[in-house]
Design a protein around this ligand. Structure first.
Ligand code: NAD
Length: 480
């Protein structure tokens, strides 16, 4: 099937763009073609969003009116959840059960409903007299046209996480899904129309990195929100400097998973294996670095290896499948490269480290546990973005904190202990945007998600995210 671009509430042909093939990651089959948008296409999309912003068809609606329409969109997504989940699995190879049921699509619906409600919570700074004879008031206004650029790991959920707070704030949007995974985001277009969101408020442009770059360069785009790699975040920040636009960056991660000697090996094995292989490890919060207190390394390591060996790898629509393929051949080469280089440095592969037997189609890679690594090795320092964990030991709290923090990233971390005082000390000392105690992965729409350090800045999820899409105006009234 060939897809067009969604501009100003209509399916539009490209003007000068090429077509790109979209494949199924579980089989490698070509399943669709989408447009690799040209600068001309980006221009039409931004201009549509600009018209929609300045005539106030969305920004001047009351919060209550915006909220009602957003609720309608959430209801429509829910009503179409099965079809969206099926297409998402066909494109990415994700286990269908993890996308439907309690997975990505229900979370996206919940997220949009949260932002539909939060749109109406307009509390803020007070008006008052701060100079004799003058009254000052604060207005929280939408930033304007925002460019939103999404990654391939949770295509539909990331698209919804992005549009929710921007819509709640009253912005208009040019949304670009990742080049290989645009299909469910394009499915959103007709639902947007049906929900009553006015034409031009959300425009969906498919394309590669050049299309993303064109959005960032465009002067009329007032803010760019990226979920993607740290390298892309740095490029976008440099490009955005030329037009001094606001950037909102949700970037890579390298989460530590810190285990003290009082933690239960069963709990640690269950949580570590799930958090390492969820979405085939292509998760910015994935557990990637296990640090275990010295006295318990052997027992914890054995439990984790057994749990990783037991993970059921398979096709997306098979029963009981816990892990699908990596997203592409390039990604599998990347992951295998990290593991092979660690091996060459002297690391020990305790399980995995290759393509699972019987999976000659698609881009599968085994759940992998690696020991015998040093803190400064690439495998410990860099984001692998595959189902791979390293295991190291630590001696005491200070050593655990120091090793946990010793990466460029700062997105998520976890601590396993039954000592509440220790859990509090460590959660305060870890420089990460989310710290879990005795768990790893769960997020909620109400609570903020975002990075420290080179994992970026700005929050997704929570009412804080709406603030990122607003700008404060001071209005000062001379009483005389
Ligand atoms: P990526 O950085 O390669 O691409 C992300 C998006 O940016 C794509 O749409 C791409 O086309 C676009 N892009 C690339 N270069 C660009 C440029 N110069 N200008 C404008 N746009 C450009 O990331 P990916 O490989 O799709 O996704 C994986 C990365 O995303 C991982 O690093 C992961 O940790 C991160 N991620 C972070 C979060 C979070 O919440 N912090 C969530 C999911 C994924």
């Amino acid at each position: 099937m060939d897809y067009k671009l969604w501009i100003d509430g209509k399916w539009e042909d490209t003007q000068g763009g090429k077509m790109m093939e979209i494949e199924n990651s579980a089989t490698g089959e070509k399943i669709a073609r989408v447009v690799d948008a040209s600068r001309e296409d980006i221009d039409r999309a931004v201009q549509a969003a600009k018209r929609a912003f300045y005539d106030g068809r969305w920004s001047k609606k009351t919060p209550g009116e915006r909220s009602k329409i957003m609720w309608k969109l959430a209801d429509l997504i829910e009503a179409n959840a099965e079809a969206i989940a099926k297409l998402e699995s066909e494109n990415t190879g994700k286990p269908y059960a993890f996308v439907s049921l309690g997975g990505d699509i229900p979370f996206a619906v919940d997220n949009l409903r949260f932002f539909a409600s939060a749109a109406r919570d307009t509390h803020g700074s007070h008006a008052g007299e701060f100079m004799t004879g003058y009254t000052s008031m604060y207005r929280r206004e939408p930033v304007g046209v925002v460019g939103q650029i999404a990654p391939w790991n949770y295509p539909f959920m990331m698209a919804v996480w992005k549009i929710g707070p921007a819509l709640a704030a009253g912005c208009t949007i040019v949304l670009k899904p990742a080049p290989g995974t645009p299909l469910t985001t394009l499915m959103l277009a007709d639902l947007i129309k049906e929900s009553g969101i006015p034409d031009g408020v959300i425009n969906i442009i498919t394309g590669g990195n050049d299309a993303g770059q064109a959005i960032v360069e465009y002067p009329d785009v007032r803010m760019v929100s990226l979920t993607g790699s740290t390298a892309t975040g740095k490029k976008i920040m440099k490009t955005a400097a030329d037009t001094l636009k606001r950037v909102h960056l949700e970037l890579g991660g390298k989460a530590p998973f810190i285990v003290f000697d009082d933690a239960s090996p069963e709990l640690v094995a269950a949580k570590a294996s799930l958090a390492a292989v969820m979405n085939t490890g292509q998760d910015c919060t994935a557990a990637t670095r296990l640090y275990v207190e010295k006295s318990k390394v052997k027992v914890m390591q054995e439990a984790v290896v057994d749990a990783m060996k037991a993970v059921k790898v398979g096709l997306p629509f098979e029963d009981g499948v816990q892990m699908g393929p990596l997203i592409s051949g390039i990604q599998r080469e990347r992951v295998a490269g990290f593991v092979d280089r660690a091996k060459a440095q002297g690391a020990k592969i305790l399980t995995g480290g290759g393509v699972p037997k019987g999976f000659d189609k698609g881009y599968y890679y085994e759940p992998t546990v690696i020991s015998g690594v040093q803190q400064d090795w690439e495998i410990v320092q860099q984001e692998v973005f595959g189902p791979v964990v390293t295991v190291q030991e630590f001696t005491d709290e200070m050593d655990a904190i120091s090793k946990g923090n010793d990466v460029l990233y700062g997105l998520a971390a976890s601590v396993f202990t039954n000592d509440i005082g220790r859990a509090m000390r460590i959660s305060s000392a870890l420089e990460f945007g989310t710290v879990w105690i005795n768990d790893h992965l769960p997020l909620t729409s109400e609570t903020p998600h975002g990075g420290f350090k080179q994992s970026g800045f700005g929050k997704d999820l929570s009412a804080e995210a709406i603030g990122d899409y607003q700008i404060t105006k001071h209005v000062m009234i001379a009483q005389g």
